[in-house]
Design a protein around this ligand. Structure first.
Ligand code: FE2
Length: 292
């Protein structure tokens, strides 16, 4: 079956990029591409040409989610599959592929009209990633992709069907707590690349609740947590550990209103046949206390 295999990149429209400097550079240590095109800032976190693009805009919004497949046969099969499902998928123009710095690209709309893309072969840079602050190690990417995202959707049944049937993701587990009903899905060894949830905790339908990036070394998360306090970066959730993916992490509020989770030690799923799909009644084992 055709399926996406990674979260590859994310794009955001931002009204004032200068407000992001502390989180992106002092806390996470991402690298600015000095050759970013006019009107945008491309950021690196590993060998990929860029993982994030921030577009100068008059408003804050998520511009697109970029998924990835591993080879050209998967790309062609997924394009056919989306067409067969009646999803309005379009192959991107050469200039659009150039803008994303990928070999192949298709574009379509997901649940709640969320703009999505699937690429094959994003450019690798021959120059190593240079973090903008001191780090003990890199980010966990490679075959696990950029990290994970949590989206809220108006119709969870319809959204789940889209991500499973159209994009080929598999269910990892579920967490039901307070008014939240979350389903976690994977497409590579990362416990979840996508979580979907009913609109809750201030995140509306079709909105990004947070994205997560994972450090290879717990000390990077610990030192970043110290810097968050020193630099007065607003938190959503304090340091804590999740029940399902066992990730130790904290959540920062971004100027756009969604959060960034920065974590270590996420569980991996290597054999679907042996994986037990569980339902949890809480998202945390300890910590992750709501701030404010
Ligand atoms: Fe998360």
């Amino acid at each position: 079956m055709s399926a996406v295999t990674k979260l590859s990149y994310l794009g955001f429209n931002v009204a004032d990029f200068s407000q992001w400097n502390t989180i992106l550079f002092d806390i996470l240590g991402l690298e600015v591409r000095k050759d970013s095109p006019a009107g945008q800032t491309q950021l690196r976190m590993d060998s990929q040409h860029h993982r994030f693009t921030f577009f100068e805009s008059d408003h804050n919004s998520t511009a697109y989610i970029g998924w990835e497949v591993d080879n050209i046969d998967q790309f062609n099969a997924l394009y056919q599959h989306l067409q067969t499902m009646g999803i309005g998928v379009e192959l991107a123009s050469d200039s659009e592929k150039e803008a994303r710095q990928v070999l192949e690209l298709m574009k379509f709309r997901g649940p709640d009209n969320v703009a999505m893309e699937v690429c094959f072969a994003p450019f690798k840079d021959n120059q190593p990633y240079e973090p903008s602050c001191t780090r003990f190690g890199g980010f966990v990417t490679g075959d696990q992709g950029l990290g994970h995202i949590l989206y809220c959707h108006s119709d969870m049944k319809e959204a789940l069907a889209f991500y499973r049937d159209a994009l080929g993701m598999r269910i990892s587990d579920y967490i039901h707590w307070d008014e939240a009903r979350a389903t976690f899905l994977h497409c590579n060894p990362r416990h979840h690349t996508l979580a979907i949830c009913n609109p809750c905790f201030g995140t509306g339908a079709g909105e990004l609740n947070h994205f997560m990036v994972q450090a290879e070394n717990i000390d990077d998360v610990g030192q970043a947590y110290d810097r968050v306090a020193e630099l007065d970066v607003p938190l959503v959730l304090t340091l804590g550990k999740h029940t399902n993916d066992k990730m130790t992490s904290f959540y920062m509020i971004t100027p756009s209103g969604f959060a960034i989770e920065y974590g270590f030690g996420g569980a991996e799923i290597h054999n679907d046949a042996e994986w037990e799909v569980a339902l949890y009644n809480a998202p945390k084992i300890w910590g992750h206390n709501l701030v404010g």
